[in-house]
Design a protein around this ligand. Structure first.
Ligand code: FE2
Ligand code: FE2
Length: 212
């Protein structure tokens, strides 16, 4: 399997009944981290591929942006296959994972909190995600330049492996007001986005972006 960007692997599934792709990503740094685990069906299908890519290395972390079926529906599946993996998520999501049959390790983080482990340096951004303004997180991994944007640049169509060239400032400027019902806290997210400078935007749904 070829990476979509440096040490970054994308796993794509169609969302049933919708013209929308759902992407998950493995960032094969030391330690390795997965961005989103997808639904249970997706997890059952792609986690064996993750295991293959890891070879004998552990999957230390799973980052979950927010508590929604396409981000964390596969948590119990992951926990069976990778019992040592630690979930990184917002305080809000961390309090709710028992509903996903997950009782593994969780680190609840807040926007701006520094998080460094070996070759990983994560920056967390606030994400007042739909549908209930739940406080989620977005994650930027500084050393790789990879930004995990969850639903932020959501677009439909067939987008597996699709990467478009763009410019970070233009991308942020083009986010519509109240995008996906982000509500009154959207300006906080936009302000936080302006403090980072990603090289690659790993989107949850739609084409990815390489920033020049
Ligand atoms: Fe979502
Ligand atoms: Fe999503």
């Amino acid at each position: 399997m070829e990476p979509i960007f440096d040490k970054l692997y994308q796993f794509t599934y169609k969302i049933p009944g919708m013209p929308l792709d759902c992407h998950q990503y493995l960032l094969l740094r030391d330690p390795a981290i997965l961005f989103s685990v997808g639904s249970a069906d997706m997890a059952r299908d792609f986690l064996p591929k993750v295991k293959e890519l890891l070879a004998s290395r552990p999957l230390k972390y799973l980052f979950i942006s927010h508590r929604e079926w396409d981000e964390c529906g596969g948590l119990a599946v992951l926990h069976k296959m990778f019992p040592e993996t630690i979930v990184i998520c917002s305080q809000n999501a961390a309090g709710n994972f028992k509903f996903n049959d997950y009782d593994g390790k969780v680190i609840a983080c807040t926007p701006g909190q520094p998080f460094t482990d070996g070759g990983l340096e994560l920056v967390f951004l606030p994400y007042p995600v739909e549908p209930h303004y739940n406080l989620g997180l977005l994650a930027y991994e500084k050393n790789s330049g990879v930004f995990s944007s969850a639903d932020l640049f959501l677009k439909g169509g067939d987008t597996a492996g699709v990467v478009q060239e763009s410019n970070w400032k233009d991308l942020v400027d083009a986010i519509p007001e109240n995008f996906l019902n982000m509500g009154p806290q959207q300006p906080k997210t936009i302000a936080a986005l302006r403090t980072i400078n990603p090289e690659f935007v790993a989107v949850g749904h739609g084409p990815c972006f390489i920033c020049r």
